[in-house]
Design a protein around this ligand. Structure first.
Ligand code: FES
Ligand code: MG
Length: 575
């Protein structure tokens, strides 16, 4: 055992354990911080990478949770150090947090590489923080465990249960048509977000934390615990204990994220009717792990994975109900053979071992395959002349009668154009029209903002129209709903066919056949292409300029080309 736990084999030994001029500096500076040899000598150094910030409402409890994680690290004989990283705050950061996902991933990777760390706890949860932390950790490939922020408690207003995002969209539409008053709208503002934690619908946050747990990078059960519950603090300490073990065992994310574990993450996302954003993030995560994953895999799995989670926006309940009903472990136990139960996870046990004894306590919240919300998964991948490299639709959030529809396009060149004209009483639009928004992809947006749930024109809302076919190169919030075709690739800004659509062109959507066709003569499209000029980006300096020149398209996960994969960087020299 002593050789197994040999501290001279720790990465941090090069900083603290040797006897030379530089290590004198490292030790004396650790002592300057109030530590002494007993704190660090021979112990795994655990970085706790914390995406807390005063402007991230989903991570307000992280100041306390980092202390819980440290407690666990100390219990297990490690030396914890909190290391803050950029916080990506979904509600506040513009034009979209997605523009900064790769920047956080880059920061995480470089923090892990440049400091004397043997392993890390990754603290995140608000939408893009989760994929960013995991992407960075995969590329650095030191032992890493993800501590999810956990969902906030149910929202409440006037006796109604409120869900993040989903009910914002719902009641905004009611305000616009006069079904609720301004005073009621303000009551909803008071009640919809009333505890620490991330969005508690099955939005991007819960989708991604669940996917990462399914992949085997969090302790079993972690993703479902509401942030405000005592169990969440206990999970923080357990995570701190586990990472110390992982260091001694040499369990890295690269050894856990395999073709099987990524497929299981996709399966879980489908069974949750999770956010469409997860398609992009899982493609990027797979790219970091060197695991093959394509849009076709999502479509293939979607045809056989039933939707078991009855959660908004596709269903009825919220994450607090999901936790009480047995949480992700309960759901995964019901997926059984659809998952790869023999593969390893962070705690050294197999997925099957982690699911042993998992139960479901409410069959309405977590359905059985026989009572599934849908016998197929919630996502479909479309292709055709309008999306040669693919597009995504969340079928469970769509109107069934619109899943096969042909209608004339009403085209908006960018978001400003949309905002200026969508509610114009003279806009030539009917319920059969197909609303098209371009200029909102990875390069054009920039960063693929969540504009894909285009608003229904006010005059149609007033006629009682609740849904229409909408198509864009944007993303959509995981809490959104409607018949929205998203992530059209290639995007318009790089010359995808979306750039060539004109108002009045017929567009055919046929989800059963997985088709999205622009019904325009190819010769006419060639004429239009000859006249097309790429838009000039207003981003001519700084991070955005670098990002937009190196960011991939939606069908490959929007990672920077130079960040895909791992390795290729030497361990830093210490002298
Ligand atoms: Fe942070 Fe929704 S705003 S998860
Ligand atoms: Mg969101």
């Amino acid at each position: 055992m002593t050789t197994h736990r040999d501290p001279t084999r720790l990465r941090s030994h090069r900083w603290f354990g040797v006897n030379d001029l530089r290590s004198f500096g490292h030790r004396s500076r650790a002592k300057q911080m109030g530590f002494d040899r007993q704190d660090f000598a021979g112990k795994p150094v655990i970085g706790i990478i914390n995406t807390w910030s005063d402007i991230n409402p989903c991570h307000t409890h992280f100041k306390q949770r980092v202390e819980d994680a440290k407690r666990g690290v100390y219990q297990a004989g490690g030396f914890p150090l909190e290391i803050p990283a950029m916080s990506l705050s979904e509600p506040f950061q513009k034009p979209t947090t997605m523009l900064y996902r790769n920047l956080l991933a880059l920061e995480v990777e470089e923090l892990m590489r440049s400091y004397p760390l043997d392993g890390v706890v990754l603290m995140g949860g608000c939408d893009k923080t989760t994929p960013a932390l995991v992407m960075g950790a995969l590329s650095a490939d030191l032992p890493a465990i993800f501590l999810p922020a956990g969902p906030m408690l149910r929202g409440r207003w006037a006796g109604q249960v409120l869900g993040s995002g989903s009910d914002t969209w719902k009641y905004w539409a009611k305000l616009r048509t006069g079904e609720i008053t301004q005073e009621q709208w303000e009551g909803i503002e008071d009640g919809i977000a009333r505890s620490p934690g991330h969005c508690m619908t099955m939005g991007t946050a819960s989708t991604m934390t669940s996917a990462v747990e399914a992949m085997g990078l969090s302790l079993p059960g972690a993703a479902s615990i509401p942030a405000a519950f005592s169990a969440h603090a206990q999970m923080g300490a357990a995570t701190g204990r586990e990472i110390v073990e992982m260091v001694w065992e040499g369990r890295t994310p690269g050894s856990l994220v395999t073709r099987e574990s990524v497929a299981d993450a996709v399966t879980v996302v489908l069974a949750l009717a999770g956010s469409t954003n997860s398609v992009i993030h899982l493609l990027a995560i797979a790219g970091r792990a060197g695991v093959e994953l394509t849009l076709a895999d999502f479509d293939e799995l979607s045809r056989r994975v039933p939707v078991l989670a009855n959660l908004r926006p596709s269903g009825t309940y919220l994450m607090e109900d999901f936790y009480d009903a047995g949480g992700l472990r309960g759901l995964m136990a019901r997926l059984g053979d659809l998952l790869h139960l023999d593969r390893p996870t962070v705690n050294g046990r197999t997925l099957g071992e982690n699911l042993a004894g998992a139960q479901v306590y409410d069959d309405d919240v977590i359905r059985t395959p026989e009572t599934a919300l849908s016998t197929e998964g919630g996502l479909a991948i479309l292709r055709g002349s309008l999306a040669p490299d693919g597009a995504v639709i969340k079928t469970t959030a769509a109107t069934p009668s619109l899943l096969r529809h042909t209608g004339p396009a009403v085209v908006f060149d960018d978001y400003d154009d949309l905002a200026a004209r969508i509610d114009d009483p003279d806009l030539d639009v009917t319920a059969d029209s197909v609303l098209v928004l371009r200029g909102s992809g990875p390069v054009g947006g920039p960063g693929m903002p969540e504009w894909g749930m285009l608003p229904i024109p006010r005059k149609l809302l007033a006629q009682g129209v609740e849904d229409m076919v909408r198509i864009s190169d944007a993303r959509m919030s995981g809490t959104s709903y409607g018949t929205c075709v998203l992530h059209v690739a290639p995007e318009s800004a790089v010359g995808g066919p979306l750039a060539l659509v004109r108002t009045g062109d017929l567009i055919e959507l046929d989800v059963a056949r997985r088709r999205l066709e622009l019904l325009v003569d190819p010769a006419e499209l060639e004429r239009r292409r000859a006249d097309w000029r790429p838009p000039v980006s207003p981003y001519q300096r700084g991070y955005a300029r670098a990002a937009l020149s190196r960011m991939g398209q939606a069908d490959t996960g929007c990672d920077f080309d130079f960040l895909e994969g791992r390795g290729g960087n030497p361990e830093p020299a210490i002298h």
